[in-house]
Design a protein around this ligand. Structure first.
Ligand code: APR
Length: 310
């Protein structure tokens, strides 16, 4: 393949992302993990599936970063996932250290890469990677909105018994309980769901979306969601690798957009060859802006926690 993507963290999210990248033949894949043997073993297992899955993507595993050199994109999933009863924010001190050290290494070997952060708490980890890499803001982004809106879309399709392909959904804000799903901009075959569902049902779906991660953690008990998070990261990577210029909700560093200054938070962006090529500013109501401000305040609190960790 003429593109190369490194996935750091060969756990549930990372290995699944590697599988999806290879099976879509988007790029060659380098899987990196701190545990010896794990990335090598998973990469070999994936390579042995290639003849059956009919792809020619090369997949290698490594513990050192030399193998990642010259990557177009690095997806960072290294860190610990949450357990039942934990919020994403409880992971901050452990994952901040991991994301910082990993980012320094990937930035050294792939100075032109776009970074897609997956480790939680997501928006705060974007700050860590932004600072540790020294990359421009267009090349550091977080995967959350695509996942949150996919969850919302899945619930809308289940509720209305329609194809998921007919659904579209928009979610703004941080990746946490304060996320802001926007029903007005969420549609089925172009029809806003506000025309199709009662307020009570929409509120229930919105609530389920905001708790989507916790719902899965409470079922799995030993880890957090990974199939949908991996799919979401790969959709972002695909848009960049193919320069598709898809509009996707991602955590982006804002400097005044939506009235927010100096903070990573989920907004619609255009993803192409240069990473975040544009922050799309949609008109939102006063109530939606207030909800977004509340979400931004929650992210800012975590960023303050990060400063104290230093
Ligand atoms: N360098 C490289 N890999 C690391 C490091 C490090 N410093 N520290 C931990 N890892 C690896 C672990 O060895 C493990 O294989 O990260 C991997 C994480 O995998 P899982 O424990 O399976 O966690 P996963 O479900 O993939 O979630 C990873 O993404 O969605 C978020 O909240 C989630 O922060 C978590 C992250």
């Amino acid at each position: 393949m003429d593109k190369k993507v490194t996935v750091v963290g060969a756990g549930n999210v990372g290995a699944t992302a590697a599988q999806r990248l290879a099976e879509k033949e988007l790029c060659d894949v380098v899987l990196i993990d701190i545990i010896e043997g794990v990335p090598q073993g998973k990469a070999l297992d994936l390579a042995e599936a290639a003849p059956i899955e009919k792809h020619d993507a090369h997949i290698v595993g490594a513990n050192a970063y030399e193998a990642s050199a010259g990557s177009d994109i690095v997806i960072i999933t290294a860190g610990i996932p949450r357990k039942p009863g934990m919020s994403r924010d409880d992971l901050i001190s452990t994952n901040a250290g991991i994301v910082k050290s990993v980012t320094k290494e990937v930035a050294r070997f792939s100075p032109k890469a776009s970074l897609i952060i997956v480790s939680n708490p997501l928006d705060a980890m974007c700050h860590v990677a932004f600072e540790a890499s020294g990359f421009p803001k267009n090349r550091v982004m977080g995967m959350a909105g695509v996942l949150d809106s996919a969850r919302f879309r899945a619930f809308i399709a289940m509720e209305l018994n329609v194809s998921v392909e007919n659904t579209h959904a928009f979610v703004l804000g941080g990746h946490g309980d304060t996320m802001v799903p926007l029903p007005r901009y969420s549609t089925v075959a172009g029809i806003p769901i506000t025309e199709l569902l009662s307020k009570e049902r929409i509120d229930a779906l919105v609530k389920r979306t905001a708790n989507g991660g916790a719902e899965i953690v409470s079922l799995l008990k030993t880890g957090s969601a990974y199939y949908a998070p991996a799919s979401a990261a790969v959709e972002m990577a695909e848009s960049i690798l193919k320069d598709k210029k898809k509009i996707l909700p991602c955590a982006a560093y804002l400097e005044g957009e939506y009235g927010i200054q100096g903070l990573f938070i989920g907004v619609p962006v255009k993803l192409g060859r240069n990473g975040i090529e544009e922050v799309i500013q949609i008109r939102i109501t006063e109530a939606e802006q207030a909800a977004l401000n509340k979400s931004a305040a929650a992210v800012r609190e975590l960023v303050e926690v990060l400063k104290k960790l230093k």
